[in-house]
Design a protein around this ligand. Sequence first.
Ligand SMILES: [Fe+2]
Length: 450
Amino acid sequence: MSTAPTEEIPFHLQGNFAPVDREVEATDLPVQGALPPELCGLYVRQAPNPVTGVSPHWFMGDGMLHGIRIENGRAVWYRNRYVQTPYLENPDAERISDTGEFDRTLSKANTHVLRHHGRILALEEGSFPYVVNGELETQGCTDFDGRLRSAFSAHPKICPKTGEMLSFGYGQLPPYLTYLRVSPEGELVQATEIEVPGPTMMHDFAITESYALFLDLPVVFSLEDAMKGLMPFAWSDDYGARIGVMPRTGGNADVKWFEVEPCYIFHTVNAYEEAGRVVLDACHNTELWRKAGDMTSGDGKLSLRRFQLDLASGSVKEETLDERGMEFPRVADALVGQKHRFAFTLRIDPMNEGEPAFRGALKTDFRTGRSELHEYGEGRASGEAVFVPAAGSDPGSDEGYVMSYVYDENTHESEFVVLDATDMTKDAIARVKLPQRVPNGFHGSWIPDA
Ligand SMILES: [Fe+2]
């Protein structure tokens, strides 16, 4: 996006994909515009930041949290902190022992950060969660009092109605898929094996009020490639593609599988129930990583897709809602598993040699089919844009704010930017210049005080 990759240095170590080499802190940062006084809390987002300065792939850097604390219109502090995992001391630590045992405390902890039952969890899909506090200090790894025996997804869903956190873990060895249910009190109360034909890369899932949805899609683990030290996931023309729908307290025998057209989905937008159907909206790739060991090959075409799964007949209706590429989808936290009208994504041009080209933040109105794009300016690109509802707003509305870190390749600097979500075409309502740039990263959360 900023600097054309050279043959010597892969894209994820150049421009704003490159790591920063310092943990810094700044207090009372100057605000351009006005931060809404009702916003009191922490915005925190992950970015992979290899501690050695290099990593084999963008997905494999060590997790660094970039947090900004907002209070009564003030930007109280910004700081960036590594999640303190064993990799920081021993970057070459091996997750799999000679006897085939996984050490799930070994995590890059680099993918998502969210709060459940008062605990802030730094997540990466192959490992146990790491707990951090509101100051971004690592408190340690959690296996939910010994009950977690599998990996834990970086994309659990917190049900706004019940407070449960629903998740899953996938593995390269059986069990390939484990469904995980965490009570509102933070206890892991269910860990159930779900049978799937093979070890696929399952990055995200979805919930509705009654169901959990599993994405069993044809990007399959290859032990052979892993042994060769290659990226061990690749597209399979043979595996097929299916979406599983299971009652949230159910088990393997309760899963209803729906065959879909082969595709890959990194991220679901949301799912909900309507008239006997489960509706799933997702950021859809027609294919991914066709060449074994080469994550830059065959990324296919990206679009916004809707799946309607008819629970009685077992039929599936698939339709493309928007042909444009978009990723990093978010809906209001209060609407997870409920029917959404609005979603917020990043416009992404087709992958170029594996490098996502981030454009503006896009609001999609699923009722009208219209969308609004916020372009942050020439040479400026946003990371994941998180929607934060305005105080007292209707939960289904777009009254609220869109917040993200924005990098300016002209100045090599980053800002924290807040938009008015009701009109994304307007200028930002607040911009906070940060003491150093925030590298392109993955997911984050607004963690309100109240
Ligand atoms: Fe993700």
